[in-house]
Ligand binder design. Sequence first.
Ligand SMILES: [Zn+2]
Length: 414
Amino acid sequence: MTNKQEIIDRFLSYVKIDTQSDENSQTTPSTQKQWDLANKLRDELSEMGLQDVSIDENAYVMASLPSNVEHEVPVIGFVAHFDTTPDFSGTNVNPQIIEDYDGKDIVLNKEKNIILSPDYFEDLLQYKGQTLITTDGNTLLGADDKAGITEIMEALKYLLQNPEIKHGKIRVCFTPDEEIGRGAHKFDVEKFGAEWAYTMDGSQIGELEYENFNAAGAVVTVSGKSVHPGYAKDKMINSMYIATDFINSLPRLETPEHTEGRQGFFHLNGIEGDVEETKLHYIIRDHDREHFEARKKMIQDLAGEICSQYQRECVQVEVTDQYFNMKEKVEPVMHIVDIAEEAMQELGILPDIKPIRGGTDGAQLSFMGLPCPNIFAGGHNFHGKYEYVPVESMQKAVEVIVKIAELTAEKYQQ
Ligand SMILES: [Zn+2]
């Protein structure tokens, strides 16, 4: 069995290092402080006796655990990110450990009256009797994704200590800047050299994901004509009114607040405007590739319609693809999902396979040639002060990694 205390100690040592990323920075990693954890991970991998331990100029840390079987087994990989979101402070994380959780309110911060309550976060009740790690109410926890890193490290350690467990070659990679959408950008897929991989970056126990949104951004620029309001009759064209027409012409119910599951949407997430010019910032999301393309076309067509309505070239749309649904790349190699599902079932974990209403690094990696579903890391309430992780879920994640390695070797035995 995996050692609970060692998981806790390792996790705490990682979350105490501030690794917040910064979307306004153009460097990789986006913040210098991410090197602190990246270098530590490289050192720990070397000390543990992993092979090919490397850190590149962008702080991607890689290592291999060699195969311990004679037969050919595909190289598989596990990936996690060490940065935390820019949305919430990750400075001076002071984790609280709640043993044998009693199912009641957890006071995170008495002074500020910050309470983690099952009345609001009902998922907590699943973890009665377990050990929870929470924040002190001042910062996020960083289980996203230092739980994933901890689990990969502990699984490697476990496999090294238990050579009777047979496995092929395993590659691991820890990346910077996932939270600002750049975790995969400088990932050297060729150097990694795995046939497929898993990101350990999901939320609650059982999660297994291989579908995500197709995503695009659209900037709609509406031009008007500014004239002194006192002398404006038949001369002024107010771009903000045209922009309002544009907004109201898109389906009002196809928005994030009215959709779920595999339903796509248009999301207006910003407006800047004056009489002369208005800019609308949209994001477009859909799991289905055809629907996604139709949405992009719809927004372009609408611009044309409004132009002809006003009889001038007053609306321009610039659509930029952001990422695509990894399902397209994973379905042809569906055994990689099946192995993960089987691993969970053998460990008594109920697999919870559902489409992600977002993207993952794994989606980008899948399109870079490394099919990469996402597996739970165990945490809840990411990106804020209510973030917590049950240690037992982390323990299970370690076991899932070990089991996937074992099952993969088994399946390729002739
Ligand atoms: Zn994450």
